[in-house]
Design a protein around this ligand. Sequence first.
Ligand code: G3H
Ligand code: ZN
Length: 276
Amino acid sequence: MTLTTMSEAIGRVRAVGAFNLVQLEMAEAIVAGAEQAGCPAILQISQNAVRFHGALTPLALAALAVAERAAVPIVVHLDHATDEALIDEAIALGVPSVMYDGAHLPDEENVARTAAVAVRAHEAGVWVEAELGEVGGKDGAHAPGVRTDPEEAARFVAATGVDALAVAVGSSHAMRTREAALDEGLIRRIAESAPVPLVLHGSSGVPDAGLDGAVLAGMRKINIGTHIGAVFTRTMRERLIADPELVDPRKCVAPAREATADEVSRLLRLISLGER
Ligand code: G3H
Ligand code: ZN
C-alpha cells in the first residue's frame, strides 16, 4: 500500500477521513492512525498551511514521502486553494487531488473558474473537488445558515465536471465544540441529485453521532482539521506543564503525535467502518 488516488480510496470504504496537517509530525500521526484502523486516509494540506510555511514544496514532498511508505492507501490532497497557480504547482509536484475553492465568488465566476481548473487537472489525471454554498468559518465568522441547494448542486457538477463536491449542510469551519447539527435530509437530497461524492467540511464541530449520520445520509469524504490540531496541541501543553525544564522538542512532539494517531484511528473506525 502506498500513495493512492482519491477514487481508489473512496471506493474502498463507506467514507474516507481527510485530516489537515501543518507539519511533518501531523502527517506521520495521520498515517499511523490510518494504519492502526486499517483504513485509507487523506493527508490534506490547505492553502493556509502553505502560506504558513511560505511554500508548498517542503510540506507536499514530506506528505508524499510519508504516504509512499504507509501500510494503507493514502491520498495527498491540496485543500481550499483559491490560488490557481498553487493548484498548478501541486499538480506538477505529483499531488493526486486538489480542491479549488471558489465558494466566495459570485456563482457564475465560481462555475467558470472551477471548470477551467477541472480541465487542467484532468489532463494530468488529478481529482478535483469544488465547493458550492460557502461552509464559512475560516476567518472566524461562522455561517450556520448557509445551505447548498440540491438542484443547483446538480447543475454545478454538470457545468464544471468536478469529481467531488463540498456542500453546506449545517457545519462551519474551526468550531471548538462538537455541537453542529447537520441537515441529514438535505444531505440525502443532494446525494440523490449530484452524481459525485459529497464532502463534509468543518467536521470538527460535528459530534460522533452526527458524523455517522452524515455518512449514512451520503457523505463520502469527511474533512477534520481543528479537532486533531487541538488534540496535538493539548498533548504538547500537558507535557510542557508536566516538565517545565524540557528542552528536547521531541519529548513533547512524540506524545502529541501518538495521541493524534489514536484519535485519527478512532475517527476512521467510525467514519470508514461504522464502528461506534
Ligand atoms: O477543509 C478542511 C476542513 O473543512 C476542516 O474543518 O477544521 O473545522 O474540522 P475543521
Ligand atoms: Zn474545509
